[in-house]
Design a binder for this molecule. Structure first.
Ligand code: BMX
Ligand code: ZN
Length: 312
């Protein structure tokens, strides 16, 4: 059986042909157009058609297609409820893709929910409660309870990036203030790094930017590892914010496993060890068996594989 998994990102549309074991048999990607829904759907169809051609398949060979999209999507009717930065709000993506590609079974899920599903199927050990967190441009998440993505009665649940951690904090793109995403995403880390660079002209981070072009999520981490004090302060604060959100999530769900993905997860133990120290120091964790905190393993392929799993 062949499935198509599409990971619609703000920068690229990545897609793959996936078998029922979750192995990617062919993969392709194309830049995400910024001029409205029609153009985005065109690209989603053209990457799918390219994969079919590369694999010498027709749409009749495809048992299902899954599309992972950022924003609020409702798999009940296949409609994107909110994805304004790509002009996709209100689009019935299931209907559009099904009509254009001739594939009947189409699943539309949130991008982070898809990645959560992939990590869960491969590394979740069938745990009854499993939470995936992606620290990327935004903070996304997927809550898996009894092997199913929990997305609320209306499809909008599991948006853990919008957990409010500061009552009157930084403004978020969702319209609220103080959302976790504004403190724990790579975008937030870059903002903290830029502020620290301005305040600390002697910091190694300035040299790092001269050598590497522009601030990204690695700047503060790289310089902190070399002993730079200002960079270490940025990293410590950033990890503290990640820990605040994770501690709250644990206190609410007490999931068996939390897996951290997204660009920053590549920092591995340098991120994980201080996080564990902070999270496990919360008193509630002293009385019960501890939730296991881990780094994700599938990285960039999780979106494609998980989207395909959602269509199975
Ligand atoms: C935002 C939100 C989530 C998404 C998350 C991670 C939008 C457009 N996106 O919180 O739905 O899962 O970002 O997205 O509302 P990424 O772009 O960082 O992968
Ligand atoms: Zn928000």
């Amino acid at each position: 059986m062949y499935y198509i998994g599409i990971d619609l990102g703000g920068t690229n549309v990545a897609a793959g042909i996936v078998n029922e074991k979750g192995e990617i048999l062919a993969k392709t990607s194309a830049p995400t157009p910024k001029d409205g829904a029609e153009a985005v759907i065109d690209v989603m169809c053209s990457v799918s058609e390219k994969l079919l051609k590369d694999m010498k398949l027709s749409s009749l060979d495809i048992a299902g297609l899954g599309a992972g999209c950022p924003g609020i999507v409702d798999n009940n009717d296949g409609v994107i409820r909110h994805l304004s930065n790509l002009g996709m709000t209100g689009v019935n993506l299931r209907k559009e893709l099904s009509e254009r590609l001739g594939i009947k079974k189409i699943s539309i899920e949130n991008d982070a929910n898809c990645a959560a599903m992939a990590e869960y199927k491969f590394y979740g050990n069938n745990s009854k409660s499993f939470i995936f967190i992606t620290l990327g441009t935004g903070v996304g998440g997927g809550i898996i309870l009894d092997s199913k993505v929990y997305s609320g009665f209306n499809g909008a649940g599991s948006e853990i990036g919008h957990l409010i951690i500061e009552g009157d904090g930084l403004e978020c793109s969702c319209g609220c203030k103080g959302c976790w995403e504004q403190y724990a995403s790579v975008t937030a880390l870059c903002n903290f790094t830029k502020e620290a660079i301005l305040k600390n002209p002697d910091s190694l981070m300035n040299k790092w930017v001269e050598e590497n072009g522009e601030v990204n999520g690695r700047c503060a981490f790289d310089c902190a590892k070399k002993g730079d004090k200002a960079a270490k302060q940025v990293v410590d604060l950033y990890i503290k914010y990640i820990g605040v959100g994770i501690t709250s999530i644990i206190n609410v769900f007490q999931p068996q496993k939390i897996v951290i993905g997204g660009g920053i997860s590549k920092e591995g133990d340098y991120l994980l060890n201080p996080l564990k120290e902070q999270v496990y120091s919360c008193k509630y964790n002293n009385y019960v068996e501890k939730c296991s905190l881990e780094i994700a393993k599938l990285f960039n392929d999780a979106g494609i594989i998980g989207a395909a799993f959602c269509a199975m």
